[in-house]
Design a protein around this ligand. Sequence first.
Ligand code: A3P
Length: 321
Amino acid sequence: GSKNFNEMLKKSKEIISTLPKREPHHPIFECYQYDGFWYHLASLESALCMQQNFKAQPCDIFVCSAPKSGTTWLKALTFSIITRHDDDITNNLLFTKVPHECIPFLEVDFLSNPKIIDMELPLLATHLPYSILPKSISSNNCKIIYICREPKDTFVSLWHFIHNIEAKSLKVPLLTFDQAFKWFCQGKSMYGSYWDHMLEYWKASIERPERVFFIKYEDLKEDTLGYVKKLADFMDKPFSKEEQERGVPQEIVARCNFKNLSNLEVNKSGKYTTAITKEISNNLFFRKGEIGDWKNYLTEEMAKYIDDITLQKFQSSGLTF
Ligand code: A3P
């Protein structure tokens, strides 16, 4: 009930007031460390409120990712797969709203609008690490689809995103490339450490492959059609023979590809409002969509530094990039 909820909110604020804060202070991206991960204040508040209070339904599917690893694309694909029998929904929403409005973020939208859980589609997204997800997600054995991306490319994408948000909202951008790099490598990026974020979901996907589907952005690019079919199977919405003959999976791939999505008017000039970033332009979610763009931004030394962390963190896990 709401009493319970208000008490929980009060309690989470108390907990957060005792947590280590990321230094130097950043007016938009203020971060706190909780149970090994770094969070923006607003998402940590709602994560803590939701841990016991959010009631996932057994049929809910969660699209999970760290920021800048392909979330927008995966949202568009899963949304298209699940709504494909109702062209009205798919057309109306995917063509007129940024994918983030088609599938809300659990921790970003929950506090400001707890009604999101009344949504009709059984699809929700989150950037939260596996270990802090609401308890009901695992107790109800909900399905999880996780996407991650090569760390150097993720960092470069993250850097552009933050820099663009700063440039729009602050008179003078504060974060230097070097500071952002340092934070990322130290695990002090939002929802970081990025490597631990990937590892937690990776382990879950090994333990429960029928419930946790682990995807790499690079693999999704290489064989989008194959993954769209696998995703549909995983979501219990397999393409029928007749749909395959009609080329429905191909259509979804084409609709969600970078060029097509980024050229939609809503994604070129529309805006999207969240509790964290306030109002941002949808086009910030579509930059290049390429593999290996890190080469244009990282020195050889920086690249090696990240690669060494990746090797060290993932050793013996079976996860590689
Ligand atoms: P770049 O900044 O490298 O271009 P997220 O959606 O998790 O915020 O990740 C954003 C990254 O995914 C950006 O990477 C963005 O360009 C890329 N992206 C967005 N839509 C895409 C699509 N349809 N296909 C491939 N990449 C996409």
